[in-house]
Design a protein. Structure first.
Length: 303
């Protein structure tokens, strides 16, 4: 018998597979492919304080082994989510992670407060968005800003708080430490890597927004390196993501230090990816006689 249960920030996950925000809608869109109960949990589309229409198309471009996206946080707003979507998705026997993005510290705090009164299991702060009061520089690029933001949100959030780190920084472990010191219960990484694609015929960037976030298998080695580095730097658990396409990828992320692992862009290729991923994990555990999946967490990291 193999045991795939993981306790993450005090929340019980029946298996370590979750989804990456923005690649899974609000969950119910995917229930037609695989019952949502198969997942340990899922991260819903990124929410903002007010509804957003997102960026103008084209906002997705294919790249070798990945995609660039500049969706621009299209969503119906946190209040609509809490009042009209949560009552539907909380019926599924799985954990819901609410992912939030703010223009200001106060917006993040208000959203965390609203979500504290819902059945979401975890609140995930997307810090890869521009801080309006700091000249539009992303929150997640400055350790002091991340520390202050985490501290303020933590005061008003009754749910476990996970800070989602941006890979577009010089030292990801420094930002991870700043979030942990600010009171984060967990971390998730990586968000997308800033990229660009140019159409050589029109001589213009392909995306209307010029730049976009790179995701998919192309970013996987960056994700593994960053998870490995962050695992050594902090004592709080990690949700790993970035190009996962198989059970072997999940194992690799766990060996690097992830307690939970998210499927993201891979779901666009294979909406029922979780089924092959779960089979792959089971085969690996049986092959090596591993009873508890938690034994793998950080096993490749020398302390
Ligand atoms: C279309 C798209 C939309 C995304 N939207 C969000 C979002 O709203 N909030 C967020 O924190 N991350 C968002 N992400 C980033 C993913 O959650 C994930 O961190 C990243 O794509 C790396 O994982 P992957 O390579 O498996 O997709 C988005 C990614 C994609 C491809």
């Amino acid at each position: 018998m193999i045991n795939t249960k993981v306790n993450f920030c005090g929340v019980e996950f029946k298996n370590p597979i979750v989804t990456a925000s923005g690649t899974f809608g609000f969950g119910m869109e995917y229930d037609q492919f695989v019952p949502l109960e198969e997942y340990g949990g899922f991260s819903a589309k990124g929410l903002t304080r007010a509804p957003r229409e997102g960026n103008k198309p084209p906002r997705i471009a294919e790249t070798p082994s990945g995609i660039l996206n500049s969706v621009g946080l299209q969503n119906p707003g946190v209040e609509y989510f809490a009042e009209s979507i949560m009552p539907i998705i909380s019926e599924f026997d799985t954990n819901i992670i609410a992912n939030i993005s703010g223009n200001t510290v106060e917006e993040y705090c208000e959203m965390a407060e609203i979500l504290s009164d819902t059945a979401v299991a975890i609140v995930e702060l997307n810090v890869s968005c521009p801080n309006v009061k700091h000249g539009g520089l992303a929150f997640g690029t400055d350790p002091k800003v991340v520390n202050d933001l985490t501290r303020e949100v933590k005061k008003r959030c009754k749910k476990p708080l996970v800070v989602k780190l941006s890979p577009n920084v010089t030292s990801v472990s420094e930002i991870a430490k700043a979030a942990a010191d600010g009171g984060a219960d967990g971390l998730s990484l990586i968000n997308t890597l800033l990229g660009m694609k140019i159409d050589i015929n029109t001589r213009r960037p392909v995306l209307m927004n010029n730049t976009g976030g790179l995701s998919g298998p192309a970013v996987k080695p960056v994700a593994v390196r960053m998870i490995h580095e962050v695992y050594s730097a902090v004592d709080i658990p990690i949700i790993g993501m970035g190009g996962v396409m198989s059970g072997d990828d999940v194992i690799e992320f766990m060996l690097a230090g992830a307690s939970l692992v998210a499927l993201g862009t891979g779901l666009f290729v294979k909406p029922d990816l979780i089924l092959t991923v779960k089979r792959g994990i089971e085969e690996y555990m049986n092959r090596y006689g591993i009873e508890n999946i938690t034994d793998l967490i950080g096993a490749a990291v020398m302390n």
